[in-house]
Design a protein around this ligand. Sequence first.
Ligand SMILES: [Zn+2]
Length: 91
Amino acid sequence: MSNFTICPFCGNSIPPAASVCAGCQAEAHRGASSADAQGAALLGIAACGGLGWFTGFHPFILSAVGGAVGAFGAGIVYSDKVTWKRIQRTR
Ligand SMILES: [Zn+2]
């Protein structure tokens, strides 16, 4: 079973264990990006803060919990996400 990744930049096939493309030096970054985690945390803050505001039950505590849960959830949801980034080569 080959599980090779195709490089989105140069089409080179990359072994699963490799984190750098041999063809164009693009690097694989695994896991949630900071933007993913921030977005999820904001969503959690908004959802739980809104719930707290609506029910009158400690909105600030709820929003803090919501933000933490959101950021934590993003780490799980995006843990298999691989983002390829090509570093500009200077010659
Ligand atoms: Zn490549």
